[in-house]
Design a protein around this ligand. Structure first.
Ligand code: GDP
Length: 457
């Protein structure tokens, strides 16, 4: 028997409304004790499910707040349990008082993620869907959001289930053949199984190939702007940041004192690294830009190399382009509004990277730059109809594990091992995949996943 939990489900800041969510067998009973309707006659214990009820929350004679109360009996609720949500005024104090009253009359304050954990344990969603809920809350750009919504709607669950069904079919076949050799022949089965395992491996590889894009989508592309002094680095940064479509966040660096700004361009996040370094530097070598290029080449996903087209190239440019050779980079020919001393053709001779001509000051060519970034990272158009992107490291690890086990099955077939050897590795693959959707996972893992949620979710 579970207890009844409660938490503020909306942000704890002053806002229009605040929602206190209560879930568990005593939800109606607890709210019934503190609810007074306008005429004093209505009782929360008796109202039909899925209704909204106007009234007040009272503690004895004291009125706490004016509220709307939503009653949703299980299993038709987020958690699958009887749930009551109280819409109160969104002041921090009002929310706090309502929650305190609910707790006083018998609910227990919920732990982070406890509502979603109950939804999972009650079979309202699988683990991949529950994880999508956290990702939706944390999504920083449109693509990350769409990918998480797809996951919530069960697109990952569907492929994983399909692959698992195909694996369990093979396991069952082997078991029955071993049990009943007279009727089920296993001759030539190895060859058949090998074909099927190859197909399954292709599917897994397809999923694993989306990991890189999924990660960039979710976490943003770590981007750094390099170039010689006066090339227009800070102008470019300001143009990108200043665009109306941009969202700018300041995150104080944890390891170094760097400022990181996230820019969202048409649904993709660029995490601009070391922007403080662009804005001020005293270091002579760094001023030339070479040191910076060497450093950033190490941990950036994308390097934007800004060249001033109004002054001739020199050996530093050559050196920087040399450093960027094996990196993902875009060479930006800036100051297109001035007389061009350096042209795209000149640069073409020195680099294989894409070249984009812009004017940071006049804000021209920025669209081309955005298109080039998309092209570099997300081949083809991102469509998201039914596409799946693996964005969760736990899912990736499970897919890797399943892949390894299926490779072992192939080995055993090639080495002509007895059939029951196949079953063991097939079973391992089956279980690894099951962990993605939350089948055969231990309690510790479940607790760890849900502890990442915020309270009230
Ligand atoms: P940084 O040292 O690389 O960060 O370069 P800044 O962004 O500070 O720019 C150096 C100078 O070039 C400033 O005076 C800018 O106004 C100017 N500048 C930057 N971009 C352009 C451009 O597209 N056109 C023109 N005409 N001047 C620019």
């Amino acid at each position: 028997m579970t207890d009844t939990i409660a938490a503020v489900a909306t942000a704890m800041t002053a806002s229009g409304i605040g929602i206190i969510r209560i879930s568990g067998p005593d939800s109606r009973k607890i709210v019934g004790k503190i609810y007074c309707s306008k005429n004093g006659k209505k009782r929360i214990e008796e109202v039909p499910s899925h209704t909204i009820n106007y009234g007040f929350i009272c503690d004895g004679k004291e009125t706490i707040d004016e509220v709307l109360i939503m009653v949703m009996d299980g299993p038709r609720s987020y958690t699958g349990e009887d749930t009551v949500e109280i819409d109160c005024h969104g002041g921090v104090l009002a929310m706090k008082r309502v929650l305190e009253t609910v707790v006083k009359y018998g609910a227990r304050p919920a732990e982070p993620g406890e509502f979603s954990k109950r939804a999972f344990l009650n079979g309202r969603m699988d683990l991949s869907q529950a994880e999508a809920v956290i990702d939706i809350i944390n999504a920083q750009n449109e693509y990350a959001l769409k990918s998480s919504l797809g996951q919530l709607r069960g697109n990952i669950q569907r492929v994983i289930k399909e692959i698992r069904e195909r694996i369990i079919y093979q396991i069952a076949y082997i078991e029955s053949a071993l049990d009943d050799p007279e009727h089920i022949s296993i001759d030539g089965y190895g060859e058949e199984l090998k074909k099927e395992v190859d197909n399954l491996l292709l599917k897994l590889e397809g999923l694993l190939q989306t990991v890189r894009e999924g990660k960039l989508m979710k976490e943003g592309i770590k981007t750094v702007i390099v170039g010689k002094p006066n090339a227009g680095k800070s102008s470019l940064l300001n143009t990108l940041v200043g665009e109306e479509r941009a969202i700018v966040t300041d995150i104080a660096g944890t390891t170094r004192d760097v400022l990181e700004e996230t820019i969202v361009l048409h649904g993709i996040s660029l995490r601009m690294l070391d922007t403080a370094g662009i804005r001020s530097t005293e270091d002579v070598v760094e001023k030339i830009g070479v040191k910076k290029a060497v450093e950033s080449a190490k941990d950036a996903d994308l390097i934007l190399y800004v060249v001033d087209s109004s002054v001739p190239l020199d050996e530093n440019d050559e050196e920087i382009m040399g450093i960027l050779q094996d990196k993902r980079a875009i060479v930006i020919l800036n100051k297109a509004d001035l007389q061009q001393v350096v042209t795209e053709e000149d640069l073409r001779k020195k680099t294989d990277h894409p070249i984009v001509t812009i004017s940071a000051r006049e804000e021209e060519g920025i669209d081309l730059l955005e298109q080039q970034i998309k092209k570099l990272f997300f081949e083809g158009e991102l469509s998201f109809n039914d596409e799946i992107y693996i964005t969760n490291v736990r899912h990736k690890a499970a897919l890797d594990e399943a892949e390894k086990s299926l490779e072992l099955v192939k080995n055993s077939i090639e080495m002509q091992m007895p059939e029951d050897f196949f079953s063991i590795d097939l079973m391992n693959a089956y279980e690894a995949l099951g962990s993605i959707i939350g089948e055969s996972v231990g309690e510790d893992l479940v607790n760890e996943i849900f502890s990442k949620f915020c309270t009230g979710k």
